[in-house]
Ligand binder design. Sequence first.
Ligand SMILES: Cc1ncc(COP(=O)(O)O)c(C=O)c1O
Length: 415
Amino acid sequence: MHDTVTIKDNSVLDVEKVRKDFPILDTLVFGHPLVYLDNAATTQKPEAVLKAMEEYYHTINSNVHRGVHHLSQQATDAYELARKKIAEYIGAKHAHEIIFTRGTTESINLVAYTFGKKFLRPGDSILTSGLEHHSNIVPWQLACEDRGATLKVIPIDENGELILDGLEKLLEGVKLVSVNYVSNALGTINPVREIIAAAHRQGTPVLLDAAQAVQHMEVDVQELDVDFLAFSSHKIYGPTGFGVLYGKEQWLNELPPYQGGGEMIKTVSFEKTTYNDLPYKFEAGTPDMAGAIGLGAALDYIQKLGLSTIRQTEHNLMAYALEALQEIKGLRMIGRSAHRAGVLSFLVGDIHPFDLGEILDKQGIAVRTGHHCAQPIMDQYCIPGTVRASLAFYNTPAEIDKLVAGIRKAATLLG
Ligand SMILES: Cc1ncc(COP(=O)(O)O)c(C=O)c1O
């Protein structure tokens, strides 16, 4: 049961028109028009996001939830409206199930620390997969180390897909499952519905790292019945340094606070402190107001384009890119799942990924090289890293042609 996303219509974007919304795409790099294919690392920001953030600072900048004065109330309204938009975007039942964080990394650390503290005991385990970003491995290692628990791993096959045959057995003794929806290193879309259903049969909650999913396809937390979900604003056309943790109300109420400080308290005395209601219990200190407003604007922008239209546009571009890359002599795709989004990872002959990346850069083509914060995947393939081209809806077939020509040039120079 793979998590293929149903494409509701076949409409595609007018990409040339859409590109005009992203001022940075006009940049020249070493005299060449920028070909930005590093979208899995971070996406570019549309004018609408830049404007919303600038307007915030120009017109209503003030601290939230604290002032009786006009500006503070306006800032609070804008900030809480952003929370509502985010809740709606992922289909959360309540806005207070949306916790603002600095990004996916902090969201996962929040759950690993608080869940670990409350629920993990010596002998328990956490289950993750062989397809994870370091930020969905290391926080769990820290929690397990702290609580005397162990980290178990769902293995992957040579196509870069999870092997779920032994899942029921693996789930024994597991207190929480934490896996990604889409792999940042290989682009595999994981069968998360199957994993969630199997975990829930044993009463085990699931956290989804959706850092590479929410920008590519519809993600509905209630439909998935997922317990926690994390993503980063900067990977979905919003500002950097801002992110989201969704948690089912019941779980968030059960977890202890993560950080202490202002905002997360109801009353403080040296004898006893009581904690605030959701979501503020997990939001200590002055938050990133402009970040929230910027992400809200990014989600408005995406919804205006239409997620299913984005999905279809990216799907077509991915098919084009896969075919074009496979024509290159000596090119080896790393990760061959038929269910993929956003990412193409590959090696060419014996060329080191870094050398290939440098030559592409000189032609204005931005790709990522290395282990992509997923060293266990590279170890599995016995490679030091890959070249990763990652797509957004504003990329074009002409840019893929430039990538292909650039790789051919590099292969001639280095081969
Ligand atoms: C799948 C996945 N998880 C987690 C992260 C970490 O995101 P951030 O650095 O924005 O916290 C990334 C970033 O590349 C990612 O791709």
